[in-house]
Write a protein that binds this ligand. Structure first.
Ligand code: ITT
Length: 199
């Protein structure tokens, strides 16, 4: 079995990554299996910079090939906010509920057709002192008027993917992964890294 570290403490991401990258020969290592952790300051200016920063730092620190992800929501009527600041949008003590509230307040009065948005994800695979491979995925949609649904994480309760009439928080894990930014990025990454994982 090959050990690969999943470089995030976000449980929603961990679930999705394990479901999408269903390699039979990989033993996933997460923060639960290790007795130390490293907080990384996301100083990059793009999703790609931050994904690589997380991947490189964890791969070196834990000496394990690492999958990391930097992702977020871009709302057109807010000039692309919250973007790379998605998880920290309602600082100093951001959480999903406060972040959602802030987006809905800023969009007050904006009609549905103008509430276009997308999720973006850059996934990275980094071998300690070796290859760095990245892949990007997008999921287009609209921001609803109120939170709906209990599944998923983050902004899922207010994000209605294009072609649907429910929020991502009303999708099962498998359904979400089929159309999501993370699903697309990770399936592309999977194809790009397979050759590195086969002995
Ligand atoms: P790590 O840095 O440890 O991976 P994080 O949650 O801080 O965890 P990011 O810095 O990449 O991750 O921020 C991503 C934020 O974007 C996340 O906290 C959500 O608010 C939002 N987000 C990303 N993907 C999402 C998804 O699939 N559904 C809903 N919200 C999502």
């Amino acid at each position: 079995m090959k050990e690969i570290f999943i470089g995030t403490k976000n449980e929603g991401k961990i679930k999705e990554i394990k479901e999408i990258l269903n390699f039979s020969f990989v033993k996933w290592i997460t923060f639960r299996e290790l007795d130390r952790w490293l907080e990384i300051e996301e100083v990059g200016k793009t999703f790609e910079e931050n994904a690589i920063l997380k991947g490189k730092t964890f791969a070196r620190y834990f000496n394990l090939p690492t999958i990391s992800d930097d992702s977020g929501l871009e709302v057109d009527a807010l000039g692309g906010e919250p973007g790379i600041y998605s998880s920290r949008y309602s600082e100093p003590e951001s959480n999903d509920e406060k972040n959602i509230k802030k987006v809905l307040e800023k969009l007050k009065g904006v009609p549905f057709p103008e509430r276009t948005a997308r999720f973006r994800c850059v996934a990275a695979f980094v071998i300690p002192d070796g290859e760095i491979v990245t892949a990007e995925g997008l999921c287009e949609g609209h921001i609803g008027f109120e939170p709906k649904g209990e599944k998923g994480f983050g902004y899922d309760p207010i994000f209605i993917p294009l072609g649907y009439e429910r929020t991502l928080a009303q999708f099962s894990l498998q359904e979400k992964n089929k159309i999501s930014h993370r699903g697309k990025a990770l399936r592309l990454l999977k194809r790009k890294i397979e050759y590195l994982l086969i002995d």
